[in-house]
Design a protein around this ligand. Structure first.
Ligand SMILES: [Zn+2]
Length: 254
């Protein structure tokens, strides 16, 4: 069993640390900034051995150089942004698997937010790290890719086992819930989740991790092929990618 530390840093980024007590290895999922990560490591007596990068945005990689200066750690990142960032010791791409602390990590390309974006799935641990592809009740902005590409990426993650715990790059859950209910107003599970999330955030607790099962029933961006949602946005019978595009565009303006 891994020990997992998750905390909010910068303003709304999540830092996530994975520690394997058997091997002593510790990985950071992305590196939003270094000081809070170093403080969290010291507090727990963990030594950083790896940084696993989901995508090239500055708020996910800015902490890499100071963390490398502080620890002898290997940075594993997406092949597609290796040249641009110049920060990775090892690169991975869609379909690759690699070993971290004796645990199999599967690399799933999830482009759309950025073109280099990857998600990291650990089947034996039932964990997936999705960066800025899916947020709880939301999804990342489609910046470099297009809507059909992002919908395909989300479908790949949606197909993971229901009990997979999903960790993502930002805590936007309350704001996402306010939008989600406008496109899926008849969704009772969504209403329950919004109430739960508001309580958690009011108590300064994170709404993450979530699960694939929970997002499938509550997150409109995983439900672009749900007949009730399609109807509520006036696109009954349309292609799911077009429904996804409609709700993502509405969220951009919300
Ligand atoms: Zn990003």
């Amino acid at each position: 069993m891994l020990d997992i530390a998750q905390f909010i840093t910068r303003s709304d980024n999540f830092a996530v640390l994975l520690h394997d007590p058997t091997s002593g290895k510790t990985a950071a999922i992305d590196a939003p900034d270094a000081d809070p990560i170093i403080a969290a490591l010291k507090e727990r007596g963990w030594t950083l051995s790896h940084i696993l990068v989901t995508h090239k945005h500055l708020d996910h990689i800015e902490g890499i150089p100071p963390l490398q200066a502080a620890y002898d750690c290997e940075v594993i990142g997406p092949e597609a942004s290796a040249a641009e960032t110049g920060m990775y010791d090892r690169t991975v791409k869609d379909g690759d698997t690699f070993d971290w602390a004796g645990i199999e990590v599967k690399v799933i390309a999830t482009p759309g937010h950025t073109l280099d974006h990857i998600s990291l799935f650990m089947p034996s641990e039932k964990l997936v790290f999705v960066g800025d592809t899916i947020f709880s009740l939301g999804c990342g902005r489609v910046i470099e890719g297009d809507h059909p590409m992002m919908w395909d990426s989300i479908k790949k993650l949606r197909a993971l086992p229901d009990d997979t715990q999903l960790y993502c790059g930002h805590e936007y859950t309350v704001a996402n819930g306010k939008f989600a209910i406008t496109v899926d107003p008849g969704n009772a599970a969504l209403k329950t989740r919004i109430a739960e999330v508001e309580k958690l955030r009011a108590a300064d607790k994170p709404a993450l991790p979530t699960t694939i099962a929970q997002e499938k029933v509550t997150n409109p961006f995983l439900r672009a092929d749900d007949p009730a949602l399609m109807k509520s946005v006036g696109l009954a019978g349309a292609k799911p990618a077009a429904v996804f595009a409609e709700i993502r565009t509405r969220k951009d303006k919300f």
